[in-house]
Write a protein that binds this ligand. Sequence first.
Ligand code: GAR
Length: 220
Amino acid sequence: MEKKLNIGVLVSGSGSNLQSIIDHIEKGLLDAEIKIVISNNPDAFALERAKKRHLKTMIIDHRGFESREAFDRTTASVLKENSVELVAMAGFMRLLSPVFLDAFPMRIMNIHPALLPSFPGLEAQKRALEYGVKFAGCTVHFADKDADSGPIIIQSVVPVFDDDTEETLAARILREEHKIYPQAIQYYAEGRIEIHGRKAHIKNVSRIEEKALHNPPIIF
Ligand code: GAR
């Protein structure tokens, strides 16, 4: 059997993306092993999800550190001590300093509930709705020094409907997050991601159908 990719998952909240990663591993769809789940928030429900699956967890509360760098140094060393090869930020609501980024160069992924580079930062779904976009979505990308920036690995597009609320749109996007994050990690595990500057290229994938979407529909 081939060696599995050792991953560390960073969380701050509900952990539904963590759950999806766990489920894909358990179904044999994702060739990875979660070595540790780290939360900066002691109350994150994600910790309960991890414990239920008997995963190693750790709380590293950022409020106990004098600087972002000190928090990042500790978190990065814990990940290294646990033989983590790829870091997956799954609803981890912290900016990363160069201390962290340099410890795992192009080995940190993040998921964001918007079609980046639109709507980086907090409340992305709410801002997309308020802006009046007709399509929204989610993005998995490598982390870099800016929030929700870095080479894009995979995106998923969903329609926005006139009667959407922040909740209905967020739920539609989240269902897609749960598909694209495990897939992005699996591409990495298979050694299929090549990075050229801003661009992440996935080797040997079939081309998707060349089909435009319109919302609302074109009726003539
Ligand atoms: C997800 O929607 C994720 O995309 C978002 O936080 C949520 C976490 O949900 N992340 C960001 O906004 C990062 N800028 P989860 O804890 O249920 O996975």
